[in-house]
Design a protein. Structure first.
Length: 315
């Protein structure tokens, strides 16, 4: 609620915003909420680009576009970049901490001068979009390691929003679950009416390392398997190994995760089991489509194939 109030206050400010938080906490959701809350920007484009997913040599042309013949394989008529396409809307630079240093320098100049040139071009193009950056990394630590420019950090961090992990706001789980069930009912024509207390007890006892994204994936699988009626404890039984494996684990905030079940696996086995279950879940949710499954997992398709072979998994 505090974050919602902050967003309402800063929505119409033209200043850059840095949204920080763990993977899956909802950074992109808040970025889009900031865009939609603006009185004038919501009428224009909301453009997202994942700085971690695009090779460094291609990222510049994705951001700023290129002129025809700018490089081998370039489109014969050139291409508009994300900054140009955003217009007077919002451009989201997701995982800004993974941007190459050389491109960080160009981005800093663009933010300072409010204009850029396409790759291979000479004409300056002004832009009016609001820049929102997200990261799950400690940018201050990256600065110390020489991997992130300090001057760029202060340029993008005029306003900072920290999204707390789900384990620190477990009172949100019930409301989030209702929203996800409603969305899934509409998307897949299901008739799930809610969940009973045993499911919520499981959800409240887990520390959710994958945060809100992980919660949605669990609810999605449970809803797809149930189809209609109320979700019950057995619908989330596939998550029991994760709960068991986490028993006694020290969390990032220094607290110890407690469970009624003993720690049964060593660290290497925990990682392997968690990876295998995440892969199975992603493949189930994507209907067996490897490309979609890899996207859900946040990895390249080739990496997914390697892991399938490593774990001797038929999918």
């Amino acid at each position: 609620m505090e974050l919602k109030h902050v967003i309402a206050k800063i929505a119409d400010m033209p200043l850059p915003v840095l949204i920080t938080g763990e993977t899956g906490a909802g950074k992109e959701v808040f970025a889009e909420a900031l865009h939609l809350a603006s009185n004038h920007r919501h009428k224009h484009n909301f453009v997202k680009i994942n700085c971690a997913a695009i090779p460094g040599e291609l990222l510049e042309s994705e951001l700023f576009g290129y002129e025809k013949g700018a490089f081998s394989g370039a489109n014969s008529i050139g291409k508009m970049g994300k900054f140009e396409y955003a217009g007077s809307g919002t451009i989201l630079l997701d995982e800004i901490g993974d941007m190459p240093l050389a491109l960080q320098a160009k981005l800093l100049r663009v933010l300072q001068e409010k204009e850029f040139e396409r790759v291979g071009g000479l004409k300056s193009i002004s832009f009016h979009a609001r820049v929102v950056c997200t990261t799950n990394r400690d940018l201050r630590q990256l600065i110390k390691e020489g991997k992130f420019r300090e001057d760029l950090y202060y340029r993008i961090n005029v306003l900072e929003l920290y999204i707390p992990p789900l384990r620190e706001r477990k009172e949100d789980i019930a409301e989030l679950s209702k929203v996800f069930i409603r969305q899934l009912n509409e998307e897949y024509s299901l008739e799930i009416t809610g969940m009973d207390g045993s499911v919520m007890k499981v959800f409240q006892s887990y520390h959710w390392p994958g945060n809100v994204r992980e919660l949605r994936h669990v609810i999605e699988r449970a809803c797809m398997m149930r189809g209609n009626g109320t979700l019950i404890g057995e619908d989330v039984s596939f998550y029991k190994p994760q709960l068991s494996a986490m028993a006694g684990t020290v969390l990032p905030d220094g607290k110890t995760y407690e469970s009624d079940e003993p720690m049964e696996l060593n660290l290497r086995e925990i990682r392997m089991e968690a990876e295998k279950k995440a892969i199975r879940l992603a493949i189930d949710l994507s209907g067996g489509n490897k490309a979609k499954a890899a996207k859900l997992l946040g990895i390249e398709r080739t990496v997914l194939y390697d892991k399938l072979r490593k774990y001797d998994m038929d999918a």
